[in-house]
Design a protein around this ligand. Sequence first.
Ligand code: NAI
Length: 730
Amino acid sequence: MSTESTTIRWEQDRTGLVTLVIDDPNQSANTMNQAFRDSLAAVTDRLEAEKDSIRGVIITSAKKTFFAGGDLRDLIRVTPETAQELFDGGMAIKRNLRRIETLGKPVVAALNGAALGGGYEIALACHHRIALDAPGSKIGCPEVTLGLLPGGGGVVRTVRLLGIADALLKVLLQGTQYSPRRALDNGLVDEVADSHEDMLAKARAFIDANPESQQPWDRPGYRIPGGTPANPKFAANLPAFPATLRKQTNGAPYPAPRNILAAAVEGAQVDFETAQVIEARYFVELAAGQTSKNMIQAFFFDLQAVNSGANRPKGVEPRKVGKVAVLGAGMMGAGIAYSCARAGIDVVLKDVSLEAALKGKGYSEKLCAKAVAKSRTTREKADALLARITPTAEVQDLAGCDAVIEAVFEDTSLKHKVFQEIQHVVAPDALLCSNTSTLPITALAEGVERQGDFIGLHFFSPVDKMPLVEIIKGERTGEEALARAFDLVRQINKTPIVVNDSRGFFTSRVIGHFINEGVAMVGEGIEPASVEQAAAQAGYPAKVLSLMDELTLTLPRKIRAESRRAVEEAGGTWMPHPAEAVIDRMVDEFGRTGRSGGAGFYDYDEDGRRARLWPGLREHFTRPGHRIPFEDMQERMLFSEALDTVRLLEEGVLTSVADANIGSIFGIGFPGWTGGVLQYINGYDGGAGAGVGLPGFVARARELAERYGDRFTPPALLVEKAEKGERFSD
Ligand code: NAI
């Protein structure tokens, strides 16, 4: 017998086994939308009504993924006014899942594909969880990565299933997404199936063997594994959680981990029903707040727009690269070669000598050995990857390459020379890319005959870990080259943003403002340790002075000299930044050029490890007792980057808001809680009482300009948008 409900299909066999197949007719994935809520209510009523003729229940899905989770389109629109509605809707789902789990009949989750967030929460309400070992299938509660918590009973049940410590550390606080096998090892599922049939057979076997199944937490005498805060032994360990939390957020304003911790600990000390209400309250508080909106915008909507090619020229046939030439086997070239080979592309890695090229390939050998040791890949796959990389010093070996990525020293004439050497050897229509981080692409393109095929492909270090690639369109770059560059970046599983040519493009230019602001504060006499602290607490992954040391202090001087020349050649006047004098003194007076030189803002030990902030900073720069509000310190860094991003939009270097947001988080460490550099302006929370959103941001920028310099004066585009009541969106 089979009956139709809108989203959940009821299929019942003669033995009284009911299979509930979740299959939203209007979407490619199942989500917790209104239709699902209604269907769940109807199905629950029916299960209770027909209980006597039911032997057991299997919950599965007809989609590729089991269930996607909360509907983010709805969640991003929640306001404090609609929060009650969200609370009620959430409680309704929770009540129905609870009715199913206490039906007195065995209920099995047959996870045919990914079960993340709400999907895994449905599974948690079942008595037995079986995951199909499908490629790419993931299991877990990643809500924290969107500024939320699992509000469908996920906190309440993981705590009762795994204990507070494991629930927090393995599932809730990091949002880890497990493969089915790792989910089994960590206790998130009970069985893994090799095939669809195997999964259903296992589900039936469980039902046969457990005719009156119950959740562990509904059995008499149940205790939360590992104890609860009421137990003195457990209570002694409690302070470790806030410490873990501090380590995770660095003191930055991420409210989700804090709410997760509170919901878990408070919920463990009360009965199941009360714990559900506590969880719902903490969930709604997060959903109605700004941070989850920022994070959903960036990590879901913007990321999807960027990766799906909103910026890729339409009408150009997709093309795959078969063989790529990587010129220069230094730090960047070696990493690029590895990333391409990992994606199945043949790589010819060229340097000035075979020895240098072999050394570059050695980097891939090291990464592969590590991956094998950690069981992230097999020896066979690693060997196949390495076999795809051919190190060489011979130009002829580049014959047949359909793309070139140049990563030699940062020098225009050298880059011109290497392209001249190879342009007639590679395929006649090969895509020509440069990984320069600062040199204008239009000028580099002048070194090749086919300027239309020349484009910037700016990778970030370390290439194997950094997900972003900034594609830079020169003045003469063709649309086809842009589309092919986009396809190549996607082929190697990275995220492409697209910008127009300009000195420093988007990322290098904007990160320069962050660093300049930190350095300028040292120059003003502010305690260097508190400058570092301000960056960390604003949510930057790297502290500002340590980042300067990594990049070396000679780099901004070189960029400054070139930029200054360009400004003056164009008849303009160079406006020095207060950071410049500090950098000059550090290099010229104290000989401190950064980590690679053994000394910079920090002292380093013999192994190159950061030892401490250089005490000389206090002696030569710090004005004892000089302080500015901590909030000003943080906002000077955040605002300097956001304001320059608006200028880049004005100048037409940036053309997409999503690209700016994603590029800032993934490329240059702009704090994730902001949702990216322009979303930070949209969602400005009026920190120092200046008001919220764009008008608040403009008012606060003017205040900072008055206190700290004209560089904070809001650009016309921003003021105009604020006045019109607009926000930044594509
Ligand atoms: P690197 O100094 O580690 O490597 C440069 C390599 O190019 C050396 O192995 C050198 O032997 C080789 N080379 C020099 N002349 C050559 C020639 N004629 N033919 C073939 N190879 C030649 O430099 P790194 O850091 O890898 O940077 C390379 C490029 O990537 C530069 O343009 C840099 O601006 C850019 N970049 C660097 C980033 C970084 O974080 N280091 C980030 C993004 C871009």
